[in-house]
Write a protein that binds this ligand. Structure first.
Ligand code: CP
Ligand code: NVA
Length: 305
């Protein structure tokens, strides 16, 4: 089981592997027709314990474009929803399909699946991270601005699952990330310590969004209220000063990109003027989920691209 290629988190993979996947994503994007049978005869199961638009559609379309098939599973339709263990679910799915993508609550659920599966498990978002999204974001940045190594990314808002995967990427791809957020929504001390110990990239936590954004090459934000958050009012109150608006964006480099994983809450974490403005690459980001995930699937399943 140790040789199974799981895609669980960016910090669990080495830079060479991540770079290989990103390069393949760019290759696949350039010539979609060249890889129509790369995963012929292979099936991906997708388990969604939370809603999704982009992840659901891009994985399904991506798998089909590579010649493969998909099965979409919701917990209410599965015995998992009636108490069958994750371990037993992993053992059974391993006999039917070639890989499983899972979107769930705690990351321990993904790790439990991976522990008992004999096929690759792909993390399609947990409360703790969103690695597939950040692979698409890296692809998007590099398409527009070249290598991300040495660049400065500013995050304004809750240090949530998407921010955590950005921090992992800053270390693996050796760039600076400045995370602006109030203390109570900041990155965990354990994550900051991990980043310091890795001695690549630079992760800085600041309180003032202007300090993060000044001269940044890319400005990123996300919803103030993620899918499993219940403290809605506290989040709105605490995160309002972190809105990415035209004034904040004007402090970044003149050619800075604006990114958002979507779905956006216009008028909350981002204004219409920014998300629809000249810096925004959010639609490219959404498209690149497709290409990045095709490369992840190809890597997990050992397809030649
Ligand atoms: N960005 C993202 O993962 O979107 P969905 O929740 O629509 O999949
Ligand atoms: N942080 C958001 C990302 C959605 C794609 C959430 O977890 O709801």
């Amino acid at each position: 089981m140790t040789n199974v290629r799981h895609f669980l988190d960016i910090d669990r993979l080495d830079t060479g592997t991540l770079r290989h996947i990103l390069d393949r994503a760019a290759t696949i994007k350039k010539n979609i027709d060249a890889h129509r049978s790369a995963l012929a005869g292979r099936t991906l199961a997708m388990i969604f314990e939370k809603p999704s638009t982009r992840t659901r559609v891009s994985f399904e379309v991506g798998m089909r474009q590579l010649g493969g098939d998909v099965v979409v599973l919701k917990p209410d339709d599965m015995q998992l929803g009636r108490g069958e263990t994750i371990g037993d679910t992993a053992r059974v799915l391993s006999r039917y399909v070639d890989a499983v993508m899972v979107r769930t609550m705690g990351e321990e659920r993904v790790h439990e699946l991976a522990k008992h599966a004999s096929i690759p498990i792909i993390n399609g978002l947990t409360d703790q991270s969103h690695p597939c999204q950040i692979m698409a974001d890296l692809l998007t940045f590099e398409e527009h601005r070249g290598p991300i190594t040495g660049k400065v990314v500013a995050w304004s808002g809750d240090a949530n699952n998407v921010a955590v995967s950005w921090i992992h990427a800053a270390v693996r791809f050796d760039f600076e990330i400045r995370v602006a957020c109030p203390e109570q929504f900041g990155p965990s001390p354990a994550l900051l310590e991990w980043a310091r110990n890795e001695k690549r990239g630079r992760v800085v936590h600041v309180k003032d969004p202007e300090d993060a954004v000044r001269n940044a090459d890319c400005v990123v934000t996300d919803t103030w209220v993620s899918m499993n958050n219940t403290d809605v009012e506290e989040r709105h109150a605490g995160l309002a000063p972190y809105q990415v608006n035209e004034q904040l964006m004007s402090l970044a480099n003149s050619d800075a990109l604006f990114m958002h994983c979507l779905p956006a809450h216009r008028g909350e974490e981002v204004t219409d003027g920014v998300i629809d403005g000249p810096h925004s690459v959010v639609w490219d980001e959404a498209e690149n989920r497709l290409h990045a995930q095709k490369a992840i699937l190809a890597w997990c399943l050992g397809a030649k691209i």
